[in-house]
Design a protein. Structure first.
Ligand SMILES: Cc1cc2nc3c(=O)[nH]c(=O)nc-3n(C[C@H](O)[C@H](O)[C@H](O)COP(=O)(O)OP(=O)(O)OC[C@H]3O[C@@H](n4cnc5c(N)ncnc54)[C@H](O)[C@@H]3O)c2cc1C
Lengths: 448, 253
């Protein structure tokens, strides 16, 4: 029926073995789920979540990428029906020429629609457009008894599924509201910020004028340059903002993959010395200020997609991504976290800072108003666990929370504190899947 | 579930009064002392003391009866542990007896008892635990072997032979289950000053249970398949193994 394989998240840290079954016709999956395999079932998309969210040790993992058709495109109404295994990359390639862009894109195009809903992903436009789930108008969810429910935003199960990390069932199809664009380009303003205060002030003051905004922070800079960063913000380019020679092919989308990282990188290649040198060069390279630059969508949103499987650079021990949000007003916590990171000397490439807007309705959706910081850290140093546990305490004390799609190490005890609607979510899930057929390694770790 | 850093949620100790095993449990939970620990051992004050010590650190302890000379006893202990509660992340195979070395090669009962505990029961538990962990799709077995298994020495070769056997079993088991998400760490300590060795003359490079535990924790963190404690023991034993037997016989080890 399927093959037993080791599966890991994008960080490659805690692989476990499961039986992987490609998702076939609806009724066949329904029967499989209804049989309730001993250690449960779970949907998996493109495996871009960093930790253990898309793993189900000893159980069945339904590979949704075999269901990737685009079923209906309504150009006038800017709406599409897609199968959940379709990737955002596919949607961009097919729909940008029609003037339609995905409503939310993460830092990689290689995520599925199912994964985007299950993690309720956010992008650089969160402060104006909210998260992915807010642009879904309906979805088909296969629940614990194998039956299929068509859900709309009026139902609690819809919002338990948005951000529900695959634990309410298998998303088969969804209707998405797309964003109309005139081109596959963005107009981008870039500013260098000398320190954290400078950065936060510029974001607080100016973000609302832009559709897209994000800052890259040099995590190794300390003292008076703590938080030195490069802020890039922009809008989707109107046709008349493009140079004349580009206007005729304004909606052409041609991302290039430059290289694929080889599979054998030694652990420890990224150390404090190499990363400091990289960060320094990167900061110097950024213009002090540049306005109105035209960038392709891939260059602006997905710079890392230019190198396939770049996660291998971290070597066999893997890496983790640490992403939290703290509410506005908790800026001192943000500063303290950056200080702790810089002092620890943990080699981190750039960290990404973003200002979130209003929260959506997903019970377990991550985004909430405040500052979100995300950074990649190689798993290697024996001191990493202790450092992150101390950072956790700072974030939780400030009323912050962590992103489950990135998490790979929180203790179960943190869950209720971070997500006050946890019990409400549990009740809705229990109704849809009373026997807990849908489960994951993340669910086991966090007692979900 | 084990996490990306190596924090664990549940540990089963077979031989739950072993000082080295208890030091190991403390060590691997010291960052986050909130795990569930099952101590399987003969009932009695030693087990109770071990449980209280771990509870004092914040761990949640369950005591289970285990008599490794009785097959149905270890079948029950392992079955009951895996049937209820969270997934078991780490199983420590930590029981063993040093016996009376001179009796052990001359008295049939003494010889067979050592074989039963150190070898046969270790293999039996290994078989049962491996099956459970494979079904779980993840988990780590830590098997406490000994450098005594690497080289037969006049002073304790029956013990050495049982450890050689269990060491070979768990080394091979590690290869057999690798594709099932299960890892095996074989630990080869030298002389450890514990209750078990009290009264014996300490051999060179002797160490404490805490020192062995540190080596085990580091081996788990870096996902090794064998470790020596102290780590220099690896080269010492490798050297000794290449000496002519006539020389080994005269060494004070
Ligand atoms: C380089 C990089 C940059 C990223 N940038 C961002 C970012 O800017 N913003 C952001 O929000 N995220 C970001 N992410 C995280 C990523 O967007 C999410 O983890 C997303 O869920 C990955 O989608 P996937 O298809 O790979 O899902 P997987 O990783 O395969 O699965 C993720 C979760 O979704 C569930 N799931 C998948 N498909 C279905 C389905 N059909 N039905 C039900 N449940 C399902 C799984 O069970 C699992 O819990 C980034 C990841 C990478 C690698």
């Amino acid at each position: 029926m399927g093959s037993r394989r080791a599966l890991a998240g994008w960080g490659g840290t805690s692989p476990t073995v499961a039986t992987v079954v490609p998702v076939a016709a609806d009724d066949a999956v329904g029967r499989l789920v209804a049989e309730a395999p001993e250690r449960g079932v779970l949907a998996r998309g493109l495996g871009r979540s960093y930790g253990d969210a898309a793993q189900n040790a000893g159980g069945v993992v339904l590979d949704v990428t075999s269901r990737d058709r685009i079923l209906r495109v309504d150009v006038e109404g800017a709406e599409v029906d897609v199968e959940a295994g379709a990737s955002l990359d596919q949607l961009m390639r097919l729909l940008l020429p029609l003037g339609l862009f995905v409503p939310v894109t993460p830092g990689t195009r290689y995520v599925t629609v199912g994964g985007a809903i299950a993690a309720d992903i956010h992008g650089k436009n969160h402060h104006v457009d909210g998260s992915f789930g807010q642009h879904v108008t309906s979805m088909d969810l296969l629940v614990g008894d194998g039956s299929i429910r068509r859900l709309t935003p009026h139902e609690p199960l819809f919002w338990a599924t948005v951000g529900g990390m695959g634990l309410t069932g298998l998303i088969l199809r969804a209707t998405l509201r797309m964003t109309r664009v005139e081109s596959a380009f963005c107009v981008v303003d870039t500013e260098r910020c000398g320190d954290l205060d400078d950065l936060l002030a510029r974001m607080a003051e100016g973000d609302d004028r832009y559709t897209y905004s994000v800052a890259w922070i040099d995590c190794l800079a300390r003292g008076s340059s703590l938080g030195r960063s490069v802020l890039t913000r922009g809008w989707s380019a109107r046709r008349d903002q493009l140079p004349a020679r580009m206007r005729s092919r304004a909606t052409e989308f041609r991302p290039h993959q430059l290289a694929v990282a080889p599979p054998v990188f030694p652990s420890g290649l990224l150390n404090r010395t190499t990363v400091t040198a990289f960060n320094e060069a990167w900061f110097r390279k950024a213009p002090r200020e540049r306005r109105g630059e035209v960038q392709g969508i891939a260059q602006f949103f997905h710079p890392l997609d230019g190198v396939g499987e770049w996660n291998r650079v971290y070597g066999p021990r893997g890496f983790l991504q640490y992403q939290f949000v703290v509410p506005f007003g908790a800026e001192p916590t943000l500063r303290r976290c950056l200080e702790m990171l810089a002092e620890s000397g943990q080699a981190s490439f750039l960290a990404v800072l973003k200002r979130f807007g209003a929260a959506g309705d997903g019970h377990l959706s991550f985004p909430s108003p405040g500052w979100t910081l995300a950074l990649d850290l190689p798993v290697g140093a024996a001191t990493l666990g202790g450092l992150l546990d101390r950072l956790d305490a700072e974030v939780l004390a400030a009323g912050g929370r962590f992103y489950l799609a990135k998490d790979s190490r929180l203790p179960a005890s943190a869950m209720a504190q971070m997500y006050p609607r946890l019990d409400e979510w549990r009740a809705v899930r229990a109704e849809a899947d009373p026997h807990g057929v849908f489960t994951s390694d993340l669910a086991r770790r966090l007692d979900l | 579930m084990k996490d990306a850093i190596g924090n664990v949620q549940r540990i089963l100790v077979l031989g739950g009064t072993s000082e080295i095993a208890l030091a190991t449990v403390k060590r691997i939970t010291d960052g986050r002392p909130d795990a569930d620990v099952t101590l399987a051992a003969r009932p009695g004050p030693r087990r109770g003391d071990a449980a209280s010590a771990l509870e004092g650190l914040g761990l949640t302890v369950t005591e289970v009866d285990l008599d490794v000379t009785d097959r149905s006893s270890y079948e029950r202990a392992i079955g009951a542990t895996f049937d209820a509660g969270r997934d078991v992340d780490i199983v420590l195979i930590a029981f063993g007896v040093l016996g009376e070395p001179e009796l052990a090669w001359q008295d049939l009962d003494a010889a067979l008892e050592m074989v039963q505990v150190n070898y046969a029961a270790a293999v039996g538990c290994g078989v049962l635990v491996a099956a459970r962990l494979r079904a779980q799709g993840h988990g780590t077995i830590v098997a406490f072997s000994s450098v005594a298994g690497e080289l037969a020495r006049r002073s304790n070769f029956v013990y050495g032979s049982t450890k050689a056997g269990m060491d070979a079993f768990f080394t091979g088991l590690g290869d057999a289950v690798a594709r099932d998400g299960v890892e095996v760490l074989v630990v080869r300590p030298g002389f450890v000053r514990t209750r078990m060795t009290a009264g014996l003359r300490a051999a060179p490079l002797s160490q404490t249970a805490d020192q062995v535990a540190a080596v085990v924790a580091e081996g788990l963190r870096t996902r090794r398949d064998r470790v020596w404690a102290p780590s220099t023991m690896r080269w010492v034993m490798s050297g000794l193994r290449h000496l002519p037997r006539a020389v080994v016989r005269r060494l004070p080890v």
